[in-house]
Write a protein that binds this ligand. Structure first.
Ligand code: MN
Length: 337
């Protein structure tokens, strides 16, 4: 059930002028959509708002109105702002270099997020784990702020809802999500255009990468997984794998949980592995990621672990299998009682 927007949040925004809006590294549609949607809403009530992201804007999201204005942390003097609004991010380290800058300048943080793993790191924290997207929360915030939703805001906010719900297909797609999306459509945001710009795009090199990765896919005890090596990425001319590969695995009928493991190196050159998990309704991969030092939600989560690809895959797959067994017993129990 949706809770109300904290009055402290409304008061903080209404009684100040200059806001910096930020989201997390490896930004997705909800991260970009909420940062840019928020700046449009704040400007619509006459406030100054600047978007900043820890990394350069991904070309995939350059179509969003306001994307061309996004600054990198080094281009921002944090001390000039009354508040930093942290959107769709569960912990402050997720905002990269801006984290240290904010601490030094002692600029207070306002947190708006839907991750259940949120660490409540702001002076005001509005965290709604039931919301399907941070952008969904912002459609309600707009009303509370008396901020008109113009076409620019509507496009950004609908993009976050569409991408986080995989176009209204996740288990948290409630009637409230549909209502928020309908409102944004009525403000002029085009659903088919956003879907075309986000979920329905597949660069050919990604397809080639999948062609090399999928022969190694494995299924054991209703857990399905695949590993992506640096060599495969290079051969397909890809910098990174694509989150949609996990959507393909997540649809496997014979599995309740899925995982993609991607071989990477950290700044010092040591081997690390990025793990991304998905669970079918009734199962939870959020806890697994959290225990491994990552974060996310019951249906989708992730973490980054040190070690070689083979080591990490062995260790994490064993954990997922064990966890799936345990949850299946609980789930069956719930169903039968
Ligand atoms: Mn989100």
């Amino acid at each position: 059930m949706s809770r109300s927007v904290p009055l402290e949040l409304i008061a903080a925004i209404h009684s100040h002028d200059k806001f910096l809006c930020v989201s997390h590294v490896n930004a997705d549609g909800d991260a970009y959509g909420s940062v840019l949607g928020m700046i449009h809403l704040l400007r619509n009530i006459g406030l100054q708002a600047t978007p900043v992201m820890p990394e350069p804007v991904s070309p995939d999201f350059a179509f969003l109105p306001g994307a061309e204005e996004v600054l990198l942390p080094e281009a921002v003097d944090v001390a000039e702002y009354d508040f930093i609004i942290c959107l769709d991010m569960s912990s402050p380290d997720r905002m990269g270099a801006l984290h240290q800058a904010a601490e030094q300048a002692q600029t207070p943080l306002l947190v708006i997020d839907h991750h259940v793993t949120n660490t409540h790191f702001g002076v005001v924290n509005w965290v709604e784990p039931d919301a399907a997207a941070t952008c969904q929360m912002l459609t309600r915030l707009a009303d509370e702020l008396f901020a008109p939703i113009d076409l620019n805001a509507a496009m950004c906010l609908l993009t976050g809802i569409v991408t986080d719900t995989l176009c209204f297909r996740t288990s948290n797609t409630t009637p409230e999500v549909m209502e928020a999306a309908t409102r944004l459509q009525r403000k002029g945001a085009s659903l088919p255009w956003i879907v075309q710009k986000t979920l329905n795009r597949l660069p050919f090199r990604i397809l080639r990468l999948w062609g090399n990765v999928l022969p190694g896919v494995q299924l054991r005890e209703r857990v399905v997984w695949a590993a992506v090596t640096q060599e495969q990425l290079r051969a397909a001319d890809c910098e990174d794998d694509d989150p949609r590969l996990n959507s393909v695995l997540a649809a496997v009928e014979e599995a309740d949980m899925s995982a993609i493991f991607t071989e990477k190196r950290d700044e010092t050159g040591r081997p690390i592995v990025e793990c991304s998990f998905r669970a079918k309704p009734g199962f939870n991969v959020g806890d697994v990621a959290f225990r491994l030092g990552g974060g996310g939600h019951a249906p989708a989560s992730g973490c980054t672990l040190p070690g070689s690809l083979a080591e990490v895959v062995d260790r994490v797959v064993a954990l997922l299998i064990q966890e799936r067994r345990r949850q299946a017993i609980v789930f069956e129990g719930e169903v039968s009682t």
